[in-house]
Design a protein around this ligand. Structure first.
Ligand code: HEM
Length: 398
């Protein structure tokens, strides 16, 4: 039995995880690795394995499915809203929630947000100093998706500051106690919001989730609250770092910037390539092996934690030619930045739209923007899930 690899999540990994992923993909494509905050996970890194594993019913989200049947029923669900979050559930619970939410969170609802996202982006850019260094993450990439989620859910303007405070604690704070408090605060707020929307529907998503029904089935208040918290967690930090990583790309790659300025119609294709090349989520949220599972000749024992590395898969030369090159003209079809299978990202159309509007608005207004520090001076977060900058200092109009 091979020992746990304790050398993956450390050192230069946070800045550039791709050399470690390449080593794993070629030498140990299915490997048990130590996590930075304790514990281990099996990391799957080859494109074909990751894609197949996303649709493997033996890899489950609900840890209770790994227990013997006699213990399963007594095992507690996760506390509070987490117990009803569909990203942590398997069929048939997941199927039911996903079907109901899909009826309310439609492609049309997303497309209708475009003019609002443009106004929100312009408002944020208006407020930034143009000629001195500014952190574009804190001033633009982070607040834009937050404002969009408030808009989507129907959180009134007057509540947005409080909502923003809990959400930031939830996604930024790495202290479990603060996260717990933020989750409770947010859940209580959403309970009250659901009550209000039951009395006075407004057509926004919380209202629609309250009203949606499928063959007589409806979401309970608790399920609407859980969905609200999930949309916030899943849709905020991810999109913020898509924008952050993409802006870093255009700020440092003059040819790419020229290409996009000459033909802004190519921005959506560039966003897609940013998702493949350095997507914000490099490892999908964990799964559990309900039984022994074999990939690339290695057996993952039943009961293990399993992580599907979409960052590694998207740089697999077996799937993408010269994967290390950022090439907006390449065929990005099949990239796994939004996952695959039944949990495929529900917000992918919204994330793409936000990424496009954010880049377009920024380049339109500040075509000459530049990094305010040398690239080596940038710092990255120590997160196994998101590949994210700590800050992105730029000068918008040098
Ligand atoms: C699921 C990535 C933006 C809502 C996922 C998954 C990935 C992902 C990889 C699959 C998780 C798994 O299989 O374990 C991303 C990326 C985003 C983004 C890279 C931005 C660039 C958003 C947005 C929303 C959202 C904007 C909503 C407002 C969700 C939800 C799920 C999900 C609800 C769970 C779906 C399910 O369990 O059926 N996302 N996401 N995401 N995402 Fe996203």
């Amino acid at each position: 039995m091979t020992a746990v690899d304790a050398s993956v999540f450390e050192g230069s990994f946070w800045r550039d995880p791709y050399p470690a992923y390449e080593r794993l993909r070629t030498q140990a494509p299915v490997r048990e690795v130590a996590l930075p905050r304790g514990g281990t996970t099996w990391l799957v890194t080859r494109y074909d394995d990751v894609r197949a594993a996303f649709t493997d019913p033996r890899l489950v989200k609900d840890h209770r499915a790994t227990l013997p049947p006699e213990l399963r029923e007594q095992a507690p669900r996760l506390p509070g809203p987490f117990g009803s979050m569909m990203v942590l559930l398997d069929p048939p619970d997941h199927t039911r929630l996903r079907r109901l939410v899909s009826r309310a969170f439609t492609a049309r609802r997303t497309a209708e947000l475009r003019p609002r996202i443009e106004v929100l982006a312009a408002g944020l850019l208006d407020a930034l100093p143009a000629t001195e260094p500014v952190d574009l993450l804190a001033g633009y990439a982070v607040p834009l998706p937050m404002a969009v989620i408030c808009e989507l859910l129907g959180v009134p303007d007057t509540d947005r500051d409080a909502f923003g405070t809990w959400s930031r604690a939830l996604v930024d704070d790495h202290d479990d106690v603060d996260q717990q408090q933020a989750t409770t605060g947010l859940a209580e707020y959403l309970y009250a919001l659901v009550k209000t929307k039951r009395r006075t529907p407004d057509g926004a998503l919380v209202s629609a989730l309250v009203e949606v029904s499928d063959a007589g089935d409806q979401l309970s208040t608790e399920e609407v609250v859980a969905m609200g918290v999930l949309l916030l967690i899943a849709g905020h930090e991810t999109t913020a770092n898509l924008i952050g990583n993409a802006v870093l790309g255009v700020a440092t790659d003059a040819a790419l910037r020229g290409h996009l300025l000459a033909d802004p119609q190519r921005i959506p294709a560039a966003v897609e390539e940013f998702l493949r090349w350095d997507g914000p989520v490099h490892n999908a949220p964990m799964r559990f092996a309900a039984e022994d599972v074999e990939y690339s000749g290695t057996t993952i024992p039943a009961g293990s934690v399993v992580t599907l590395s979409v960052g590694a898969a998207n740089r697999d030369p077996g799937r993408f030619d010269r994967p290390e090159l950022l090439d907006p003209d390449r065929d990005t079809g099949g990239h796994l930045a939004f996952g695959h299978g039944i949990h495929f990202c529900l917000g992918a159309p919204l994330a793409r739209l936000e990424g496009e509007v954010a880049l377009r608005s920024l380049l339109d207004r500040f075509p000459g923007l530049r990094l305010a520090v040398p690239p080596e001076g940038l710092r990255h977060r120590r997160s196994v899930i998101v590949h994210a900058l700590e800050a992105l200092p730029v000068v918008l109009r040098p």
